[in-house]
Design a protein around this ligand. Structure first.
Ligand code: SDX
Length: 441
């Protein structure tokens, strides 16, 4: 069925009337299950000759999705309808993966089979280890992740045909299974320690901690409190609607690029400090503030329009209330700090006081700037033993299932076509070439 025929099948729940150049146009309104209605402007350009203009996509729905719902005013986050706090409290990360990928929580039999499949694909092709030696030891691990994940398409030729559902499924399983291994290898390489192979008897989170912190010379026992915290952190970061990196994965996938290349593009986008890089930037900021008495100076800087400084870990495009993940992150932060004996970490004191001051400051209240997931995750990840430059790598491990679920949904969407935005052109009108000897400085 053509896109136009599929389009004609969409349900209309009313109309918006638009007047352009003296003519009136009725635009279909479409309702979702939850959240704002959308005004369908698919035919706007062909009808009116006008584009819409929405840099940053603050008012634009790029797709229809059934995966994740966010209510920014109420601070709600649902994965396939299930509240994030319930999943983080009661589920495993692979249960969340199954839910995001297939739409329902797995039965015991489904979960066992899925876990088996993932476990069987946690190793990487042994030749991939050679990629790491091409990087400087002090390369940022996100640079390594972009390179090595993109290179997966050079190894797994039997799962890059996006039109073959079985190959799409195999690529999904491989991506989710191998990300912790690739990430742990990036960490080990950066500290000059040998790579540690995955252990099939460990669950996803414990396996990752083992691959990061075990050494060949002695047994490594995973601390269950830290493994539980890792599980929760992975669940909290798994998906988040059409955020910048997910939109990057969808856009890359809309051209037919293979899933490994799309996820590599998502990792590159996530790296930015305004997005996934904020957890690294937030901890660096807290360390720079250093003590409670220096907080007012930084809060004033964050409010100063002429100062590019922002409070990292604060604010969100969608959440104009407390990020529901930040609350769970704060609780996890206390648990981990207590477990590792850093309950009195001065950085935590700075974070708690900064949050208290910011939440009572008129500027932050008026602009609805609340702590987001990245505000407490940095302190927690540091307490788990990770260096700051690994924080966004952990975010990428967790978000891989979200990227893959959204990529699969986009590929299967009958309305899907290559994403190709237009522009408001304000450059030069047409003009003729001037030979160099006739040009004026
Ligand atoms: C993530 O989209 C997602 O879902 C992302 C994410 C996910 O799970 O995928 O949730 C993960 O990326 C969380 C966000 C992490 N980033 C940070 O913590 C970096 C600091 N935050 C800001 O850079 C900012 O708040 C953004 C990028 C998060 C949101 O930017 P917006 O929506 O474009 O908002 P904005 O930059 O237009 O800010 C609105 C106003 C501005 O003031 P005015 O121009 O209106 O006068 O608020 C101010 C901003 O200057 N502002 C801040 C601020 N964040 C916004 N001022 C001080 N400190 C801040 N942190």
């Amino acid at each position: 069925m053509s896109v136009a025929e599929n389009y004609a099948r969409l349900r209309t729940d009313g109309e918006a009337t638009l007047e352009v150049g003296g003519a009136t146009y009725d635009l279909p309104i479409r309702k979702g299950t939850l959240g704002p209605d959308v005004i369908d402007i698919n035919t706007l350009y062909q009808d009116t000759g006008c584009f819409t203009y929405d840099p940053g996509f603050t008012s634009t729905a790029s797709c229809e999705s059934k995966i994740t719902f966010i209510d920014g005013d109420k601070g709600i986050l649902l994965y396939r309808g299930y509240p994030i706090d319930q999943l983080a409290e009661h589920g495993t990360f692979l249960e969340t993966c199954y839910l995001l990928l297939y739409g329902e929580l797995p039965t015991f039999a489904q979960y066992k089979e899925f876990k088996e499949r993932i476990t069987r694909h946690t190793m990487v092709h042994e030749q991939m280890t050679r990629f790491y030696t091409g990087f400087r030891r002090d390369a940022h691990p996100m640079a390594v992740m972009v390179g090595v994940v993109g290179a997966l398409s050079a190894f797994y030729h039997d799962s890059i045909d996006i039109h073959d559902p079985e190959q799409r499924e195999m690529a999904s399983v491989r991506m989710i299974a191998k990300m912790p291994t690739i990430a742990a290898m990036a960490y080990k390489y950066s500290i000059g320690q040998p790579f540690i192979y995955p252990k099939n008897e460990l669950d996803y989170s414990a396996n990752f901690l083992h691959m990061c912190f075990a050494v060949p010379c002695e047994d490594y026992k995973v601390n269950p409190v830290l493994a539980r915290a890792m599980r929760r952190i992975f669940i909290l970061h798994a998906d988040h609607e059409q955020n910048a990196s997910t939109s990057t994965v969808r856009l890359a996938g809309s051209s037919g690029a293979n899933p490994f290349a799309c996820v590599s593009a998502g990792i590159a986008c996530l790296w930015g400090p305004a997005h996934g890089g904020a957890n690294e930037a937030a901890l660096t900021m807290l360390q720079e503030i250093g003590s409670v008495d220096r907080i007012p100076e930084y809060v004033e800087r964050a409010k100063d329009k002429d100062d590019p400084f922002r409070l990292m870990g604060f604010g969100h495009r969608v959440y104009k209330n407390y990020d529901p993940r930040a609350k769970i992150m704060q609780k996890t932060c206390h648990e981990v700090l207590d477990a590792v004996g850093h309950g009195d970490d001065p950085i935590l004191k700075v974070a708690l006081e900064l949050e208290r001051i910011a939440l009572s400051d008129e500027y932050f209240i008026e602009k609805k700037l609340y702590p987001n997931i990245d505000f407490y995750s940095g302190i927690t990840l540091k307490a788990l033993g990770f260096p700051t430059d690994m924080f966004t790598v952990l975010f990428a491990i967790a978000r891989t299932v979200g990227w893959i679920a959204q990529w699969k949904e986009m590929i299967a969407d009958p309305m899907q076509r290559i994403g190709r935005p237009r522009q408001l052109y304000t450059g030069s009108a047409e003009r003729s070439f001037v030979p160099m000897d006739q040009r004026q400085a």
